[in-house]
Design a protein around this ligand. Structure first.
Ligand SMILES: Nc1ncnc2c1ncn2[C@@H]1O[C@H](COP(=O)(O)OP(=O)(O)OP(=O)(O)O)[C@@H](O)[C@H]1O
Length: 256
């Protein structure tokens, strides 16, 4: 399913958090939202997963306005992994991941064997099968992040939104997660700080600066050295990775 955002504007108390931002994310691609702290990445994602109603503009998933869908229909289309883990502390990992099945079930419908298998498969996919019976709150930040990705995968939605999914993860787990996300064949939109990873793993980048769209398109075009210097205040170059040959963005301070 396509995600289309047209002229998205968010104003809170006379302050524009987002101003007239548009983007299109194609099925089977990974779109990276990049930009300095406070540039509006999370705000944009929140408008897509309906945590924040925009002041203006439209968010469409396959031509349907997301704010006009029922919450069940929205939950069948869009799964999200955020940084806010405001979940009841007593839930087990398996219970948390099983919540991903809720948009596909009737009210009070019990979990089936197929649901159980889906949950186990998702936990295995993120390397967390061992933690199924553990209490979610007792896990490390990185482990919780992977469990929440498993929950999003069990939701089996065509669109997956991730707000800084590699936060808290060690470098091996970061690369594992990004490889997994790339292999999913969904419409993925993720906020990401690491520009090296953004260039290496995203099909297109959307660069936000002070709530405004500063560029959108192939990573190499969006993150050209002049733009990176202006927006992030660092020198940069995109070079072939010495081990893989994939494009990689390297940075150094503007003034030595
Ligand atoms: N509910 C709110 N009320 C007022 N201001 C808000 C609210 N939510 C976010 N903001 C402000 O909007 C701006 C954009 O925030 P947002 O979290 O979208 O940025 P971001 O690009 O995700 O930042 P970061 O990289 O630091 O996570 C920030 O200046 C933030 O303080």
């Amino acid at each position: 399913m396509r995600v289309d955002i047209h002229g998205l504007t968010v104003r809170i108390e006379d302050r524009a958090l987002l101003g007239d931002v548009s983007l299109a994310a194609e099925p089977g691609t990974v779109t990276g939202l990049v930009g300095p702290n406070g540039s509006g990445k999370s705000t944009l994602l929140r408008c897509v997963y309906r945590a924040l109603r925009p002041t203006g503009g439209r968010v469409l998933i396959d031509d349907d306005e997301v704010w006009k869908l029922s919450s069940r229909a929205a939950g069948q289309r869009t799964a999200v992994v955020t940084q806010d883990h405001d979940l009841d502390n007593s839930f087990s990992v398996e219970e948390i991941v099983a919540m991903g099945r809720l948009p596909h079930k009737r009210f009070l419908e019990r979990d089936s064997v197929a649901d159980h298998d889906t949950v186990r498969a998702a936990l295995a996919r993120v390397g967390m099968e061992w933690a199924a019976g553990r209490v979610f709150a007792g896990l490390s930040g990185g482990e919780r992040q992977r469990v929440l990705l498993a929950r999003a995968l069990t939701q089996r939605t065509p669109v997956l939104l991730l707000d800084e999914p590699t936060n808290h993860l060690d470098i091996g787990s970061q690369l594992e997660l990004l490889e997994l996300v790339r292999a999913l064949d969904l419409t993925v939109v993720l906020a990401i700080h690491d520009l090296g990873h953004a260039v290496a793993y995203c099909d297109q980048l959307v660069l936000l600066h002070e709530g405004r769209l500063r560029g959108a398109g192939p990573p190499r075009e969006v993150l050209d050295p002049a733009t990176v210097a202006e927006v992030f205040g660092v020198r940069s170059a995109i070079v072939p990775h010495p081990l893989t040959g994939r494009p990689h963005l390297v940075t150094t301070p503007l003034a030595p």
